[in-house]
Design a protein around this ligand. Structure first.
Ligand code: SF4
Length: 371
């Protein structure tokens, strides 16, 4: 399940780890900052761009590190302004990174709220019944450098003219770790990547604008609560009773609601932040009014925000999206209790936006070509 690349990615190095590597080579301490500035602030795409480094040092860097461990295979834009990037890693694994633009009422598209959704694993072991990413199981964890590389690719795509990656990233409102994989199952790489993403010497993106989403790995939620950086937390709930949740999320067997909800409360008390409960509405599975009532009680108890997401159809899976009337009725139960609720409008249906679909389709096309 581990992939050991020929050379470690530079995007996985912290200022501290790079300083140590350079010190072993006899380089002064400021050199690491200079190199990271080239990657994150000046957006260098090759070692030769780093013109204030000696030729010998550039050659050593090229022999020692992979500058960017992912290449863009495909960028797809949907009608409703969702972009999906399909990236290929060095072992030819494919992952997805999504840019979601949510236009605000009364203002132009250029003032949309912008969110980046990143992946942390190739595939996923959690086997949620409704999800394309879990269909073929877990292939491997992404390294910290591969997680960070997704954000650099977003910057390159957003504005090829601008030269400072951290400025482009600052134009985004949020980063959500909600793409392919269970982020907390790849905990150490996740925290290292988010540290690089947050640091002044890295991409300088505020921790309060970064949300980690989990299917409910209780011990790791408690561990995350102890992290000093204070990221936001979202729980993929998708069922408001054990019976319904267990039907679609096997993780509920190990961590039923009686274990999960107290851990969420611990997190929110520790950080003084509102947690988000993600709830994909699936027809006749979890969109019944009694489930809405149970969800209302959970949200009220946790002072949580609820994000309702109408299901995106996945080829090969039997689940369906409820009608708009049913979606609204469900949301009304929460609204009536003054629970902060968002009923998400459809994003990216026409570009295989359901988590993992574009990757699965491309993998299948590739296999067909090789057959
Ligand atoms: S919903 Fe998330 S945790 Fe569940 S299988 Fe898909 S990627 Fe994994």
């Amino acid at each position: 399940m581990r992939f050991t690349p020929e050379k470690p990615p530079l995007t996985g190095e912290t200022l501290e780890s790079l300083t140590l590597r350079l010190k072993e080579r006899g380089e002064p301490a400021f050199r690491a900052q200079q190199i990271l500035d080239w990657v994150y602030k000046k957006r260098a795409r090759s070692w030769d761009d780093m013109t204030n480094l000696s030729k010998a040092l550039r050659a050593w860097l090229g022999e020692t590190f992979d500058l960017l461990p992912a290449s863009l295979v495909l960028g797809k834009q949907s009608n409703d302004v969702t972009d999906k990037l399909l990236l290929e890693m060095r072992d030819r694994s494919l992952i997805e990174t999504v840019i979601i633009r949510a236009p605000q009422e009364g203002v132009g598209l250029e003032h949309s709220r912008k969110t980046i959704c990143i992946s942390t694993q190739v595939g996923c072991a959690m086997a949620c019944a409704f999800c394309a990413s879990g269909l073929e199981g877990l292939k491997r964890d992404l390294s910290a450098g591969e997680i960070v590389a997704q954000l650099l690719h977003v910057c390159y795509r957003e504005d090829p003219q601008t030269v400072r990656a951290h400025r482009e990233l600052a134009s985004f409102d949020n980063i959500v770790v909600m793409g392919m994989g269970e982020p907390l199952a790849n905990y150490d790489n996740l925290i290292r990547a988010l540290t690089i993403l947050n640091a002044d010497w890295g991409l300088g993106f505020g921790a309060r604008r970064i949300t980690v989403s989990t299917s409910g790995l209780v011990p790791k939620i408690l561990k995350l609560a102890e992290e000093p950086l204070g990221f936001r937390l979202a729980i993929s709930l998708h069922g408001a009773t054990d019976e319904v949740r267990e039907r679609i999320m096997p993780v509920n067997k190990a961590f039923p609601l009686a274990k999960l909800l107290p851990a969420v409360r611990t997190f929110s008390e520790r950080h003084g932040r509102m947690v988000t409960l993600e709830y994909i509405l699936i027809e006749d599975v979890n969109d019944m009014i009694d489930q809405a009532g149970e969800l209302r009680d959970i949200a009220r108890d946790l002072h949580a925000h609820v994000n309702l997401i109408p299901y995106n159809t996945v080829q090969g899976l039997p689940w369906k999206r409820p009608s708009v009337t049913r979606q609204e009725k469900f949301a009304d139960v929460l609204r009536a209790a003054r629970i902060p609720v968002t009923l998400r409008r459809e994003k990216g249906h026409d570009i295989d936006a359901a988590c993992g679909q574009l990757r699965l389709k491309t993998e299948k096309d590739r296999q067909a070509l090789l057959a």
